[in-house]
Design a protein around this ligand. Structure first.
Ligand code: URA
Ligand code: SF4
Length: 238
């Protein structure tokens, strides 16, 4: 049985989330356990809760990255937030800790969020890819295809007003654009996705190498604050 279900009550709740009202659950031929005991993945059922997404991601083996990860990184923050920040994939520190954006690029993202007058706890931070690609290589197409349903379901649950896509993979995955599209052609204006306004901007890891572009990201974040009806902090040089 699934390790995280410890009581009959929990199991009944779990079945309900999967769209079943109760027993009996049929075993599939050749299976020694009921189908509903396997870890849910988007596609099996579109109504996964945030908690079940987390459980599914932590046990997911849908792509090769399951073989090299230390910890999967489902994403974290406030489910009731107006704004999501979406990155590419976990790096070394994220893989060690199971949390998004906690390394060097993460500190810069945290600084950006703070400069916007918000905290990490009040926003939601996630990645397109939930497990670290070895040596921080770029995600492959089949990995994005396998993993992105988790992110899409997270967006569906949160229904944010604003999605800030950080870098090319995040932006092109959300907007369904060619990965060859240049960030300089995309950033700085709103797109729409499922009722949210999407602001593409440069990835913090890129900003660590291209400091001069911090001011462009800050100008993008000012547009985001205006759209949210939040105060725009005075002159900020980042
Ligand atoms: N870069 C990302 O895209 N995501 C993280 O979580 C960390 C670094
Ligand atoms: Fe599953 Fe995504 Fe991890 Fe691949 S990267 S194993 S699809 S959670």
């Amino acid at each position: 049985m699934k390790a995280h279900i410890e009581s009959l009550v929990e199991y009944m709740q779990y079945l309900k989330e999967l769209g079943c009202d109760g027993f009996p659950v049929q075993s599939r031929p050749g299976q020694d356990r009921p189908a509903a005991f396997s870890v849910p993945v988007p596609g099996d059922d579109q109504k996964l809760s945030m908690e079940n997404i987390r459980l599914a991601v932590e046990e997911c083996r849908k792509c090769r990255l399951a073989g090299t990860r230390t910890h999967a990184v489902p994403g974290e923050g406030n489910e009731k937030t107006d704004i999501m920040f979406i990155g590419e994939a976990p790096g070394y520190d994220e893989d060690q800790q199971g949390r998004p954006f906690v390394g060097r690029a993460g500190r810069l993202l945290t600084d950006i969020i703070t400069a916007m007058g918000m905290t990490r706890e009040e926003v939601f931070i996630a990645n397109v890819i939930k497990c670290r690609p070895p040596d921080n290589r770029e995600p492959m197409g089949d990995e994005i295809e396998a993993c992105s349903p988790y992110l899409f379901r997270q967006i569906e649950i949160i229904q944010p007003k604003i999605i800030v896509t950080l870098g090319r993979y995040s932006t092109t995955t959300i907007l369904g654009l060619s990965q060859q599209t240049r960030m300089s052609d995309l950033r700085g204006r709103f797109f729409s996705f499922k009722g949210a306004k999407v602001m593409p901007t440069y990835h913090p890891a890129y900003l660590l190498r291209n400091e001069k572009d911090k001011k462009l990201v800050w100008s993008d974040m000012k547009l985001v604050l205006q759209e949210l009806g939040r105060p725009v902090p005075a002159a900020k040089s980042r």
